[in-house]
Design a protein. Structure first.
Length: 495
């Protein structure tokens, strides 16, 4: 039977086609109606329930919360401390204690005093005051170790102060001078326009990067905004010049090598390592950059897809504002797209972390050793000129180590890129050690003892930190200075 015959002889067949078509139409219409109602209820809930009229910069999230109780309820859950995955979680953890080699890598810089795993956004202000990295200004001889720039990623009060003081003046101020002004943890105003509730970029760093490279962040798509709001803080940045102006070093590209070239061209370093006298770039946390280079970033996913999954509540669909490890709720975070079991998905994450941690654990102690070899060479008469190529290698190796280590989710966000960067770090570290050993040999040093840096206390005492003094000053600071800040903030209606 030819094709023509088949069609011409079967009017009943056409009937079936029409019937099926009509049925499909009905089903589709039904689906559309469902989507429209769902959308409507979502939008309606946003605009009909407004009980607070919020205008301008409002750092108090509880006021916004009256209009958007679901988002506020979940937002408040960032105060929880009840989850631990294999490597991460929402509890504070003393990382220097677990990995004392890091004290050597950061010798001469505030990170050698204190470094903890991040917790929820709820704690940004509390954690900032309590860290030894900012010093205990106002107690004994302790001075401000940081500029106000350090507050930038911690609070919507920053926006108020930037508006009041001007951005450049704000960055320049000493950290403690704004202690009674910057008092609310990360909040709604950091990511939303109060009138339209649209996502908005409030931090100048991202806006200025777009301007420098001929773009405008206002043209970003919604998908891009669902990541860019996070990129306001979860990125690599540095404090430029004497004005400590927060700047994103992305002009040559987002890869570790691109940013390194940017910094090298400026001969920029954050500190000189106190053990090896190497000028070091301290990586912040290139979460956004590395994410873009991983499988999900390359497929166009956004941070919010896993960290702020949709929740349905009585027909209203909203975004879960409890920003935390997605492993806390795999079904909402992953199973909307993947059909694998929770256990499989969890193991896929752990597998990636295991591999990256394996490389990191190889690199970290060897990099610390490279710093120490340079110190021993210096003690035995090696000159700066001789040591310059070793220091160059150490600088490059440490940048690569930190690039991955400081980006807490990188092992999952971009496992291949993380492994690539760490591998070069390992290569450069062993090159540095080889060269340092040659120099030691040239100076007649064939035997030497390596210091015992097996605990945080031993490593800190090796680099000459007086921890009991620093801790006593901090305790005094928390007891005398911070309560005054809070009192003033309350009196001025800031909290
Ligand atoms: C205004 C700056 C800022 C913005 C915007 C921001 N973060 Fe954060 N984020 C932080 C800081 C600071 C911490 C560490 C807080 C601490 O340890 O006190 C943090 C911590 C986290 C954590 C760890 C939480 C835990 O329980 O350990 C996750 C996950 C996270 N952020 C994801 C995101 C995502 C996703 C976005 C965008 C939707 C985002 N953040 C936007 C500054 C920011
Ligand atoms: C770190 C950034 C960030 C903070 C802080 C934040 N949001 Fe959101 N919010 C988002 C993102 C991302 C979305 C998803 C937007 C989209 O997909 O268009 C969103 C969506 C919303 C929506 C739209 C409906 C929904 O749930 O998807 C409302 C309303 C909202 N947020 C309210 C709030 C309130 C109230 C606060 C403070 C208690 C807050 N947000 C804090 C990033 C943030
Ligand atoms: C495909 C899902 C997915 C996307 C999209 C995603 N992440 Fe993650 N993120 C994870 C997973 C999984 C972890 C590891 C959690 C663990 O091991 O407990 C993680 C970890 C993190 C952490 C460390 C959390 C902690 O407890 O210390 C931060 C911070 C983070 N992500 C930020 C981001 C940012 C910023 C973006 C967007 C640029 C993003 N993530 C996009 C899945 C995702
Ligand atoms: C919005 C959809 C979406 C969500 C949510 C999502 N993924 Fe994916 N995932 C993808 C896509 C798309 C790919 C790329 C698949 C491909 O190209 O075959 C992918 C790839 C992967 C891969 C393979 C990556 C590789 O190395 O090539 C793993 C593992 C994975 N996802 C785990 C997770 C986990 C765990 C979560 C939750 C934390 C998650 N995904 C959340 C869409 C999603």
């Amino acid at each position: 039977m030819s094709l023509k015959e088949k069609f011409s002889t079967g009017p009943w067949l056409i009937g079936i086609f029409i019937f099926c078509g009509a049925m499909a139409g009905v089903v589709l219409l039904g689906l559309l109606a469902a989507v429209v109602t769902e959308k409507r209820s979502e939008v309606a809930s946003i605009f009909n329930n407004k009980v607070e009229d919020i205008k301008g910069i409002e750092p108090k999230s509880e006021r916004w919360g009256k209009n958007y109780p679901r988002e506020y309820q979940t937002f408040k859950q960032t105060s929880e401390m009840n989850f631990k995955s294999k490597y991460l979680g929402n509890m504070p953890e003393d990382i220097l204690e677990a990995r004392p080699d890091m004290v050597i890598l950061w010798a001469g810089y505030a990170f050698a005093r204190d470094y903890r795993a991040p917790r929820g956004h709820w704690y940004t202000i509390e954690d900032m005051r309590a860290t030894l990295r900012v010093g205990s200004p106002g107690v004994g001889d302790s001075k401000d170790l940081q500029p106000a720039t350090c507050w930038t990623c911690k609070s919507p009060d920053v926006l108020r102060m930037m508006e009041k003081m001007g951005v450049a003046e704000y960055y320049k101020a000493p950290w403690s001078s704004l202690g009674s002004e910057i008092v609310n943890p990360i909040g709604c105003a950091d990511c939303h326009d109060p009138e339209t509730m649209e996502l908005t970029i409030t931090r100048p760093g991202v806006i200025e990067y777009y301007q420098r490279t001929g773009g405008d962040v206002k043209n970003a798509t919604i998908g891009e905004m669902r990541s860019l709001v996070c990129a306001q803080c979860h990125v690599e940045y540095y404090f430029k010049g004497d004005g400590k102006y927060l700047t994103l070093p992305w002009d040559k590209g987002l890869k570790a090598e691109d940013m390194e070239a940017y910094y090298d061209e400026l001969e920029y370093s954050d500190f000189v390592n106190a053990v090896s006298k190497t000028p070091i770039i301290k990586t912040q946390h290139p979460d956004y950059e590395l994410f873009l280079m991983g499988p999900h970033g390359e497929k166009g996913l956004s941070c919010a897809d896993c960290h702020m999954p949709y929740v349905s509540d009585g027909g209203v669909k909203y975004s879960n504002h409890h920003l935390v490890s997605p492993l806390k709720d795999i079904s909402a975070s992953c199973q909307v797209c993947h059909r694998d079991s929770e256990e499989t998905l969890r193991n896929l994450v752990y597998e990636r972390f295991d591999s990256i941690v394996e490389l990191r654990s190889r690199l970290e102690p060897e990099l610390a050793k490279a710093h120490i070899l340079v110190k021993i060479a210096m003690e035995n008469g090696a000159t700066d000129e001789e040591l310059a190529p070793v220091r160059k290698l150490i600088r490059a190796a440490q940048w690569r180590w930190d690039f991955v280590v400081a980006s807490h989710g990188a092992a999952f966000h971009a496992p291949l890129e993380s492994a690539r960067v760490l591998s070069h770090g390992i290569d450069k570290t062993f090159q540095a050690q080889l060269l340092a050993n040659e120099i030691l040999f040239k100076h007649g040093v064939t035997e030497f003892d390596l210091p015992d840096i097996s605990t945080k206390e031993k490593a800190q005492s090796y680099i000459g930190l007086d921890m009991p003094l620093l801790e006593a000053q901090k305790a005094e600071f928390m007891k005398t200075v911070v309560p005054k800040w809070i009192e003033t903030a309350k009196a001025n209606g800031r909290i």
